[in-house]
Design a protein around this ligand. Structure first.
Ligand code: AP5
Length: 222
């Protein structure tokens, strides 16, 4: 028999490093990275009615309504790649109703990771963040500058990455985080996110290794 693939949720304030850690986790564990924010930005880019509505909320740093987010995430989790390789859900759930909405479809995580980063650091991370539209890679002007001039010339910035907007996003996060945490208390690990990304990953990596071992031994004892 095969070990059940990992099912992981990762949460944290805006710019706490969720996307950055997901890239490292994906590279090592082969999970499918599903970021609620990326799915919403893809909706906006497609010009759909849902995308138009979502943008109004995202510009205010507020949660996009469940009518849009729950089905969008559920559909992506249901695809064969997520089912076969396991999934890494980034930025979802952000409310009680989002968590129960997903649970109703049978999606529950093995582990809930919370990245903890001080507020002064978050603002600096947001304003320095740049994205490579070709590779999807996340850079930072100070911490992870682009490798070449060519990449530097094509980097873009997100429409909600200003100091003013990150404060609104942070406010929304702070309002909701405790409720979501209380739902996953017994499977939560809190990770110290102020450190360099490699050091943050060491903490996550050891939790994931342990989890995989537990799954293997549970299978062995059947
Ligand atoms: P979303 O796209 O999820 O944004 P967010 O939660 O604000 O998080 P970010 O993507 O900004 O940050 P991150 O934690 O991934 O950090 P990153 O790794 O890039 O959501 C956007 C909006 O969509 C929301 O405001 C909401 O409106 C809507 N939305 C999303 N999900 C929703 C949901 N479930 N329901 C309803 N609405 C929803 O890192 C940031 C920067 O820091 C980068 O430049 C990076 O290089 C740098 N960095 C990372 N780690 C380190 C480190 N250890 N040291 C130094 N620099 C680092």
């Amino acid at each position: 028999a095969k070990v059940d693939p990992l099912k992981i949720m990762i949460s944290g304030a805006p710019a706490s490093g969720k996307g950055t850690q997901c890239e490292l986790i994906k590279n090592k564990y082969g999970l499918v990275h599903i970021a609620a924010g990326d799915l919403l930005r893809a909706e906006i880019a497609s010009g759909s009615e849902n995308g138009k509505q979502a943008k109004e909320y995202m510009e205010k740093g507020q949660l996009v309504p469940d009518e849009i987010t729950v089905m969008m995430v559920k559909d992506r989790l249901s695809q064969p790649d997520s089912q076969e390789k396991g999934w890494l859900l980034d930025g979802y759930p952000r409310s009680l109703s989002q968590a129960t909405g997903l649970k109703a479809y049978g999606f529950e995580p093995d582990l809930f990771i919370l990245l903890e980063v001080s507020e002064d650091i978050l603002v600096e991370r947001v304003v320095g963040r740049r994205l490579d539209p070709v590779t999807g890679k996340i850079y930072h002007l100070k911490y992870f500058p682009p490798e070449t001039e060519e990449i530097a010339a094509r980097l873009t910035q997100r429409f909600d990455d200003t100091e003013e907007k990150v404060k609104l996003r942070l406010h929304t996060h702070n309002q909701n985080v405790e409720t979501v945490l209380s739902l996953y208390e017994d499977i939560t690990i809190k990770v110290k996110g102020n450190a360099p990304k490699e050091d943050v990953f060491v903490q996550i990596d050891s939790a994931l290794t342990k989890l995989l071992e537990q799954k293997k031994s549970a299978l062995g004892s059947l």
